[in-house]
Design a protein around this ligand. Structure first.
Ligand code: GSH
Length: 234
């Protein structure tokens, strides 16, 4: 029996949304996309709050499931549409490594990125302690560099959900803070940018850049995601 199409509520300026969009593109999943404009506060509309009281995107509705976190959405989509694939490994230890990195993205990298972006929105760039956020975010760069000392991809020798989750947030942080002191991370980022699926990150990232610059009254030092392609190598 054919299953109903998943519905993804999204605003592609959001890094967690863009991870889901990359996976959807990679696996060529037929998804209905419904835009929720975060910068107009549409996440607080009654109809959306009834679906996701956390008022956040991405939100996925599929069959009886309502998933309100990108990491859960990535796992669900891989379980359903990448059976037998290695994005979400079947074996216990590799799967736990992927889960660990998904949680690192959620609780560490994304949180710090979100703190920085929220500070710009709330205070305007001129009033943000950029050096503080740079310390926090380059610490995250250093941790990822450490993972890449052990393997070519974030959670092992294969491309997994962890790479999709991390790259969209990393590309967002990289609008501001360069990767120059982190050669392995630069190399991995360049490899990720060369995947066809990476295209699904580009327009949302560019839209975020423009939105942030308009709201925060400043310009990021790097112009867009594409600026990093090919400029680095270990
Ligand atoms: N851990 C969540 C974070 C989701 C999240 O914070 N989304 C932000 C956009 S990046 C959002 O929807 N914010 C609107 C709000 O909280 O009102 C995930 O990975 O999906």
């Amino acid at each position: 029996m054919s299953q109903p199409k998943p519905i993804l509520y999204y605003d592609d300026r959001s890094p967690p949304v863009r991870s889901c969009l990359m996976l959807i593109k990679l696996l060529d999943i037929d998804v209905e996309l419904r835009f929720v404009d975060l910068f107009k506060g549409e996440q607080f509309q009654k109809d959306f709050l009834a679906i996701n009281p956390q008022h956040s995107v991405p939100t996925l509705v599929h069959d009886d499931l309502v998933l309100t976190d990108s990491h859960a959405i990535l796992i669900h989509l891989a379980e359903k549409f990448d059976e037998g694939g290695s994005l979400w490994p079947k074996e216990y230890v590799p799967r736990m490594k992927v889960l660990n990195l998904l949680l690192f993205e959620c609780s560490f990298l994304f949180r710090r990125d979100s703190d920085f972006m929220s500070a710009i929105v709330r205070q305007g760039f001129a009033h943000v302690d950029v050096a503080h956020h740079e310390r926090k975010l380059t610490e995250a760069y250093g941790i990822m560099e450490g993972y890449l000392e052990k393997s070519n991809y974030m959670a092992g020798e294969q491309l997994t959900l962890a790479d999709f989750s991390l790259v969209t947030t990393l590309s967002t942080v990289n609008l501001m803070f360069p990767l120059t002191r982190f050669p392995r991370l630069q190399h991995w980022f360049t490899a990720m940018q060369q995947l066809d699926a990476y295209e699904a990150n580009c327009s949302g990232l560019e839209k975020l850049r423009q939105t942030m610059e308009a709201i925060g009254n400043f310009q990021f030092p790097s112009s867009s995601s594409s600026s990093s392609v090919g400029e680095v190598g270990p």
